[in-house]
Write a protein that binds this ligand. Structure first.
Ligand code: BTN
Length: 244
């Protein structure tokens, strides 16, 4: 079967944010499957308006997707899976903190920012992926240094970003195709196998306030399901998991 993701890779030395570059090029130079890759970003963005510090050494890329429907939460969910699989391939047993924070021993090692955009009546999703592959941790600001780690620090090897990207995209291609077919029904189960939030007592900061409970599952559309102390089932569509 033809590989869609990564059939074209546009490489940049420095950009503000690969997500922004991808959005500028949508439908022109950037078609479905195009990857924007940069050595560094000067205004990298994370979820919930946070900054993503992007010194040389880390992997910063955005994958252009043209899904059949507008199910961004599902794509948001599955986009972290290839990052975890690639890190595990190089022996770092990372997990996903719902929805797509990539963590190892409670330290952040990667993250995903998915953005849905309409251009000329076509719906696109830009999946921005940042991984601390060879990021010099001492180049990160002090406020994140204590809670971040890198592949190089954990595995004590240097994996080239090109090699990491190639491995990750091969897996991303499979999960993306599954998300666009009837196989999407098993993706939540595959996701849960990689997600360390499940079966934990958590607090989730949502746009409507903080909710607490035991995380019991993730729905096929990507919502986290909590059971609160009264046994009530609560579905959370967006938020940040913090210690309960
Ligand atoms: C997060 O965990 O908050 C998400 C981080 C996403 C960072 C990546 S790096 C490549 C792409 N470009 C950006 O500006 N952000 C994403």
């Amino acid at each position: 079967m033809d590989t869609i993701l990564g059939r074209k890779v546009l490489r940049f030395d420095a950009v503000e944010s690969t997500n922004e570059t991808a959005k500028e090029l949508l439908g022109g130079e950037a078609e479905e499957g195009t990857v924007i890759l940069a050595e560094r970003q000067v205004a990298g963005r994370g979820r919930h308006g946070r900054a993503w510090f992007s010194p040389p050494g880390g992997l910063y890329c955005s994958v252009v997707l043209k899904p059949d429907d507008t199910n961004v939460p599902l794509i948001n969910l599955i986009s972290g899976m290839p990052v975890v699989k690639a890190l595990r391939h190089w022996s770092v047993l990372a997990t996903l903190k719902w929805p797509n924070d990539v963590v190892f021993r409670n330290r952040k090692i990667g993250g995903v920012l998915c953005e849905g955009v309409y251009r000329h009546e076509t719906f696109w999703v830009v999946a921005g992926i940042g991984v601390n592959t060879n990021t010099p941790l001492d180049r990160l600001p002090t406020e994140v240094r204590g809670t971040a780690t890198s592949l190089k620090a954990e595995a004590e090897i240097e994996v080239s970003n090109e090699e990491f990207l190639e491995y990750m995209l091969r897996d991303f291609d499979k999960v993306y195709k599954a998300s666009q077919s009837s196989a999407r029904n098993v993706l939540a189960r595959d996701y849960m196998a990689l997600c360390s939030t499940i079966r934990q007592r958590v607090a989730v900061e949502t746009p409507h306030g903080t909710v607490r409970g035991s995380a019991i599952e993730v729905t096929p559309t990507g919502a986290l399901v909590l059971m609160d102390d009264t046994g009530k089932r609560i579905e959370v569509e967006d938020g940040s998991v913090v210690p309960a």
